[in-house]
Design a protein around this ligand. Structure first.
Ligand code: ADP
Length: 496
């Protein structure tokens, strides 16, 4: 008997929501070849929400076949205006179902429902709308050459794109990849994280409702070493876009190199420095720095996890920052006041706890937190370490939890040197009222994004991506179009 591919679940607040659990291939929710399923867990309770159908290599093959056929027979002939119309229609449908989608994010990921509603979902809609606008504005150039020749370029789609996304922002990560890929005219096989499959499957149904031709967007639930690895090494996938850990990014790049040299873009880990100068507006610096690390429970690749404070204001900063952190509302993602929900999984919870133990052992001072919060689910209390140095593990490795390390510095040269003592380069921030110093420091910092007097500000039209081992390629903004298109040069001899 075929496995069930849709059902109705009851949310913690009593609402009933229809969800989909099948693999989304060719605009249908289908069973997997091996008829396997896996459970998805509510991190607030540690209990299973339901089970979804699990894709493996064979299902990836089927999805790639669908995406290839759709690309060659249909999507390649759909012009930019129509692609834009479809993407805008999808954005309207996401907006229509915003409440339910936000609730699924909160249930499956543990993020606060009110924040999913006010931040994640509107940003998801904005990303689709932004790239919908590009669809009919993607074009090449005419290039002057010598003699009787005529040369022009075309910006063509790459073909079938694979996308592998993480669990921290399930719908945003989906939008960051699907929107530019579709705008450029590609078809897609996307694998969600095994920890958060539900919201993407709900959006899959909206792709169909919006009128996308079958096979253009295919969404699979499954695990990294099976379905993920099959995407990375597939001979008929022309490009793979990945967001996740640096270790996995490395293996994806290897798989791409060992298979068909598919194009690769990677958005990986971070250990971002956040520099507070003595002349900054202290209240603002504290407010943004607290957002910088504790937003999304610290599960943010650009989290400002290393805060450097100039000596004269260090004590004052620590006092105010601690007060903010102590007042964070940790708890049920569906409670209206909650700012911090649970971490995503037992594994992440254990990892964070290990880092906290490591920080203590290596001599850092645990100023706040460092404990489990509550007696069920994967909650970690907001944690602050002080008296840290760059040799400590907690200053080098990405913790991906609500754990910040705060250090003191005396000179600009010293803090720049310390900021750079990391293999990562995703983001950085500087707080100062002196505009010249802000610009000089921003220019010096080796990071894909530098925030001045703010943190975590990202827009649909502003590029985002890493320096160093934080990856390469820029998502969002016009730059993202380069990741999903290739340039063809046409040379015409006018003498014939
Ligand atoms: P985390 O450790 O935070 O879960 P990962 O980088 O392991 O981060 O996961 C991000 C995404 O990468 C998920 O969708 C996961 O299934 C996928 N993934 C994990 N391992 C592999 C792999 N070897 N090949 C392809 N994808 C993978």
């Amino acid at each position: 008997m075929a496995s069930k591919c849709e059902e109705t679940i009851t949310l913690p607040d009593g609402r009933k929501v229809k969800i989909y659990t099948g693999l989304f291939i060719n605009n249908e929710f289908v069973d997997s070849v091996d008829r396997k399923r896996f459970e998805t867990i509510n991190p607030a309770t540690g209990q299973a929400i339901t089970s979804v159908i699990e894709a493996n290599e064979k299902d990836v093959d089927i999805a790639v076949e669908a995406a290839t056929k759709a690309f060659n027979e249909k999507w390649i002939n759909v012009d930019g205006q129509e692609r834009g119309r479809l993407i805008n229609k999808l954005a309207d449908l996401i907006e229509r179902d915003l409440d339910e989608l936000a609730a699924l994010e909160a249930l499956d990921n543990g993020k606060a429902y009110t924040i999913a509603k006010s931040d994640d979902l509107p940003f998801t809609v904005a990303v689709f709308r932004y790239f919908a606008g590009w669809c009919d504005k993607i074009h090449g150039k005419v290039i002057e050459t010598q003699g009787d020749k005529f040369c022009y370029t075309r910006h063509e789609p790459i073909g079938v794109c694979g996308a592998i996304i993480p669990w921290n922002y399930p719908l945003l990560m989906l939008a960051w990849k699907l929107a530019p890929a579709l705008a450029c005219g590609n078809t897609i096989v996307l694998k969600t994280s095994e920890l958060t499959p539900l919201s993407a499957l709900k959006v899959a149904a909206l792709f169909k409702e919006a009128g996308f031709p079958k096979g253009v967007v295919n969404i699979l639930s499954g695990f990294g070493p099976t379905a993920g690895a099959a995407i990375a090494s597939h001979m008929k996938i022309d490009k793979v876009a990945f967001t996740g850990s640096t270790a996995t990014g490395r293996s994806i790049m290897k798989a791409a190199a060992d298979s068909n040299l598919k194009k690769v873009s990677l958005e990986l880990g971070g250990k971002s420095p956040n520099i507070i100068l003595a002349d900054s507006d202290l209240e603002e610096a504290v407010k943004w720095s607290y957002q910088g690390i504790y937003q999304n429970h610290g599960q943010c690749c650009c989290a400002g996890s290393r805060v450097y404070v100039e000596e004269p204001i260090y004590d004052n900063f620590i006092e105010k920052f601690k007060t903010y952190a102590q007042n964070i509302k940790v708890g049920d993602p569906f409670h209206k006041d909650t700012f911090q929900g649970p971490q995503i999984s037992q594994r992440q919870f254990d990892r964070i706890m290990k880092y906290i133990e490591c920080g203590k052992k290596e001599g850092a001072t645990l100023l706040l937190g460092g404990k489990r919060h509550g007696d069920q689910g994967y909650y970690v209390s907001p944690t602050i370490f002080t008296d840290v140095n760059e040799n400590m593990t907690i200053m080098q490795e990405e913790i991906f939890g609500p754990v910040v390390a705060i250090a003191k510095f005396k000179t600009i040269d010293e803090v720049i040197e310390k900021a750079h003592l990391t293999k990562y380069g995703l983001a950085a921030a500087v707080f100062t009222k002196d505009i010249s110093r802000a610009i000089k420091i921003s220019n010096t910092l080796r990071a894909g994004t530098v925030w001045v007097n703010c943190y975590n500000v990202v827009n649909a039209n502003t590029p985002f991506g890493g320096f160093k081992e934080s990856g390469f390629g820029r998502e969002l903004g016009k730059y993202a179009l380069e990741l999903y298109s290739q340039v063809k040069t046409v040379q015409i001899n006018l003498e014939c």
